[in-house]
Design a protein around this ligand. Structure first.
Ligand code: P53
Length: 478
């Protein structure tokens, strides 16, 4: 019934972020980023964000999997799988080590020249995120991150520097990774990684979030405007963590609650796509008396710097119940989340919901009328290496296959305009949320454990050959 019709030129690939795999945290003059001051946690144990790098602590991102030293070998493996694109980020601190310098760091720029050249050698199109949880630590400490309007200029300088330097190497860009994570404003990790905000018990996290996020959407819009001037062919997208809220039941109060939670999560991309704030959130900000600094000039910039496509990660849906709160009083959407009895969960307790991806592709198409790009999707799992060196990961293949079947239906039966698919962590890397190596997503295994031991040797998992076949048949053989 379902014919294969992934479009010709569909961007099959994989996704990573600089801080989670490059390592080499001080090489070539790189500065300290917010990811460099996060210790290792585990499932249920949050990563500690220390005040600078403290001797004796375990900071897994410092060395990660040393992609910095292994990128040629790794890109050759991506090419062997048949990648058409590779999504990575540019570590802000390689280009502006402190963030507030007037001039960029040439050694950092050079690294990405070489990296992108290596991709093009195999016909692999780079897809680049500018800010993927990697703000210079100096901007956090000295300026309060995106709590300060000045940080807009620092980001735009960074973005413009990259756009100019790589104008002929990179066509696909995203400004801020998962800009909507901070909708969960009581999560210290999200506030630090999205906005460079370190909050304590005295902070009004919600008010701070609306202010910082406003400066980010303005910074993003200014970057889009500059980027289009530098190369009108650039495609510059938003990037959200698409986690739809489902109602716990068909009770109208639950349905209304789910709509409310979605409004509070989608406003970031609403602004980036529509160029204006959605009514509910604008009204809510007034109602709460937050009075963020939003100028008339900002509103013009937002209108002028709208995005070309919607990039998103998809791992899970969430389910909310009106029994857990009053729709007119809720602040933190996480307060009203309940378990979904229809879904199983991963070893890290993330609900697994392939149909949610088809739902999402339709939902985002209806909302935004733009091309979509699935820039993350995948299963974090423990892998075991057999005595003969093989790694059998049928659970990963099963997860990805089920999701791709739904993607194929969305493209074939529902007419969704989808640019590409880049599963997360195509090579094992440091988990963002937990700092673990043992939470693995890769098609390529990397010999390194949670304590930092291992040879860093790369090997192909069973899923490597499966994904190679998927790409080769353009999604016909899942
Ligand atoms: P990890 C939370 C929820 C959903 C996506 O996550 C998230 C996070 C933050 O952990 O982040 C994205 O590594 C993010 C990646 C991250 C990936 O999902 O915690 O863009 O940096 O690695 C997976 O399992």
């Amino acid at each position: 019934m379902v014919e294969n019709s992934f479009p010709a030129g569909f961007l099959w690939g994989g996704a990573v972020a600089a801080h989670q795999l490059e390592g080499a945290w001080q090489a070539g003059g790189k500065g300290v980023s917010v990811a460099d001051v996060m210790t290792a946690g585990e499932n249920g144990v949050p990563r500690e964000i220390t005040k600078g790098v403290v001797a004796g602590k375990n900071y897994p991102n410092h060395d990660a999997i040393d992609f910095y030293g292994h990128y040629k070998e790794d890109i050759a493996l991506f090419a062997e799988m048949g990648f058409k694109c590779f999504r990575t980020s540019i570590a802000w601190t390689r280009i502006f080590p402190n963030g507030d310098e007037a001039e960029p760091n040439e050694a950092g720029l050079k690294f990405y020249d070489d990296l992108f050249a290596e991709c093009h050698k195999y016909g692999i199109e780079p897809v680049v995120t500018l800010a993927h949880f990697e703000m210079p630590w100096h901007l956090v400490e000295k300026y309060h991150g995106f709590g300060n309007r000045k940080t807009i200029d620092f980001f735009v300088r960074f973005a413009t520097t990259c756009f100019k330097r790589y104008r002929n190497q990179v066509k696909y860009w995203m400004t801020f990774n998962e800009i909507d994570n901070q909708a969960a404003f009581n999560n210290d990790f999200s506030m630090a990684t999205n906005s460079g905000l370190l909050l304590d018990n005295d902070s009004d996290n919600e008010a701070e979030m609306y202010q910082a996020a406003h400066y980010e959407v303005v910074a993003s819009a200014l970057a889009v405007k500059e980027g289009k001037r530098i190369n009108p062919d650039f495609m510059i997208g938003t990037m959200i963590n698409y986690t739809p809220a489902y109602p716990a039941s068909s009770a109208p109060a639950d349905v209304l609650m789910a709509q409310r939670v979605n409004q509070r999560r989608f406003w970031f991309s609403d602004v980036q796509v529509w160029g204006e704030y959605p009514r509910e959130v604008e009204t809510y900000i007034q109602r709460r008396g937050f009075r963020p600094d939003i100028t008339e000039e900002d509103r013009i910039v937002l209108k002028e710097g709208t995005v070309d496509y919607v990039g998103f990660s998809y791992y899970q849906s969430m389910t909310v119940s009106a029994k857990k709160g009053d729709v007119d009083q809720i602040t933190d959407p996480m307060d009203i989340v309940v378990e979904n009895p229809y879904l199983e969960s991963s070893d890290w307790d993330w609900p697994i919901d392939p149909i949610g991806l088809r739902y999402g592709l339709n939902d985002l198409t209806d909302r935004y009328h733009l091309p979509l790009f699935i820039v993350e999707n995948g299963l974090g799992a423990v892998d075991q290496v057999e005595a003969n060196g093989e790694i059998h990961d049928p659970y990963r293949i099963d997860y990805l296959r089920k999701h791709l079947e739904e993607v194929r239906k969305a493209v074939t039966l529902d007419g969704v305009d989808l640019m590409g698919y880049t599963p997360w962590g195509c090579i094992d890397l440091v988990s963002a949320g937990t700092g673990q190596m043992s939470k693995r997503y890769g098609f390529i295994y990397v010999d390194k454990d949670d304590d930092g031991n291992g040879s860093l040797a790369r090997s192909r998992k069973d899923s490597f050959y499966w994904y190679q076949k998927v790409i080769k048949t353009n999604g016909a053989d899942l």
